[in-house]
Ligand binder design. Structure first.
Ligand SMILES: [Zn+2]
Length: 192
């Protein structure tokens, strides 16, 4: 591998959020001036997948796309709920469609915050959604971009059971994971 240019990579941001609709160009310009070389844009639900892919095409090589189904589905600020397998059904065909353009599968993980998942059924459904996406990532040879909240040990156990360490894992929001997995993959960034 040759010399790598100096710069920062934001390994997890939600650029498809409507908060950025009015000033995304400004935000990206400021990021460039602050020596940010690339931004990894993650998804929460299938409804934003196309937007993320469009952004990654418009800012090719600067916005790097991840698609995945988050354990908490925020359909609006007032409507947040634990993920279901039905959410995954909607997402999987779109992930397959764009598989060759993705940097990683994410944002995926477990969120056992009581306000989202307070029943065993909800937690189990989150696990099933995560397992399916870990297996998908392994099949596609893509790394993971992982979320965990109030579910540290269950997340680590699940990733280990699924042998997710064979994927290089980008862990977010979670100190224990950061110590256990590598977050060093810069696939398709053109900076290697
Ligand atoms: Zn996130």
């Amino acid at each position: 591998m040759g010399a790598v240019g100096m710069g920062l990579v934001d390994c997890h941001c939600h650029l498809s959020a409507s908060d950025f609709d009015s000033d995304l160009d400004d935000v990206l310009e400021k990021a460039k001036k602050a020596n940010v070389m690339a931004l990894v844009a993650v998804a929460e639900h299938s409804g934003e997948f196309e937007k993320i892919m469009q952004l990654s095409e418009r800012y090719s090589g600067f916005i790097l796309p991840c698609l995945g189904v988050h354990p908490v589905q925020e359909l609006s600020p007032e409507d947040q709920r634990s993920v279901t397998l039905k959410d995954l059904d909607l997402a999987l065909p779109i992930i397959e469609k764009y598989k060759d353009q993705l940097l990683a599968i994410g944002e995926i993980g477990l969120d056992f915050s009581p306000r989202f998942a307070n029943t065993d059924k909800q937690k189990e459904e989150q696990r099933q959604v995560l397992i399916t996406q870990v297996q998908l990532a392994k099949r596609l040879n893509l790394p993971l971009n992982v979320h965990s909240r109030s579910a540290g040990r269950p997340t680590i156990s699940l990733l280990q059971e699924q042998e997710a360490e064979t994927c290089e894992t980008v862990a977010f929001n979670f100190h224990l994971l950061r110590n256990r997995f590598t977050c060093a993959r810069t696939r398709k960034t053109g900076t290697e």
